[in-house]
Design a protein around this ligand. Structure first.
Ligand code: ABF
Length: 252
């Protein structure tokens, strides 16, 4: 837990302890303040974005929002939104998205992101690449100086066909940064994790800064067998960070 001055009552000075999930919820609710009736909305995936989708459903139910069309970024969010009664569509029908709200695994000072550690990234990148405004919601633990420098995974979605070959080529691409490529697995038998798009995920681990992110992105995408990667460069227009000292809104 984290100590913060209790709010909103300024008269009460006793500190309250907020869990990480409460911080995620605070960021999510703040982002939903940007939602207006009539919008086509990209609905994010993950434990932070889930709060935003819940909140949108609640505002619709209360009649405080109207004519929303949601474009889910995963089958999981699709199910959540369906259960909440949020009208849904897709990019074929609505190629222009007004606003997307989603979480991230890492956010750097330039608002570049790592996403996909939770499993979904391709649909997120398609939807968020089609929106006018993209608000990222995180608790402060997600802030980093350099993407991929935290010793945590940089996810790459690849086709299942000869995945070892592709994983090896990815690893070789970043030899200089001590890259180790691992197939993401799930369950007891170590079955490959399968994405919403029936692909596999390879997680790249670096022991050194990968340097120029744009160059790294281009190189990864040039490999046949790669579908997409989890670096979201120059895509976020706003990042809302919930932390110990309250909410920070960073704009591009
Ligand atoms: C999705 O949710 C993924 O791109 C990212 O990996 C993750 C963030 O999840 P959480 O909010 O649960 O940390 O957006």
């Amino acid at each position: 837990g984290i100590m913060v001055p209790s709010s909103p009552s300024p008269s009460s000075l006793s500190p309250v302890i907020l869990t990480q999930d409460e911080l995620k919820k605070i960021a999510a609710y703040k982002a939903v303040e940007y939602v207006e009736s009539g919008m086509v909305l990209g609905l994010g995936t993950g434990s932070t974005a889930k709060h935003a989708v819940d909140r949108i459903g609640e505002l619709l139910r209360q009649g405080k929002l109207h004519n929303i069309v949601g474009i889910p970024t995963s089958t999981k969010t699709h199910e959540q939104a369906l259960a909440l009664g949020i009208p849904l569509s897709d990019l074929d029908t609505h190629p222009h998205v007004d606003l997307a709200i989603d979480g991230a695994d890492e956010v750097d000072p330039f608002l570049n992101l790592v996403k996909g550690r939770g499993g979904s990234l391709l649909r997120e990148k398609m939807v968020e690449g089609a929106c006018r405004k993209f608000i990222v919601i995180v608790d402060e633990s997600k802030l980093v100086k350099h993407l991929g420098g935290s010793g945590l995974a940089m996810p790459v979605e690849i086709v299942p066909y000869c995945w070892k070959f592709t994983a090896q080529r990815l690893q070789r691409l970043f030899k200089e940064s001590g890259c180790v490529a691992k197939l993401r697995t799930s369950g007891e038998n170590g079955e490959p994790s399968v994405t919403d798009n029936r692909n596999y995920v390879v997680d790249l681990y670096f022991n050194k800064d990968i340097g120029d992110l744009k160059a790294a992105s281009d190189e990864i995408l040039r490999l046949p067998g790669v579908v997409e990667h989890g670096m979201f460069l120059d895509m976020a227009t706003t990042v809302i960070v919930a932390g110990e000292l309250g909410i920070t809104v960073k704009n591009k």
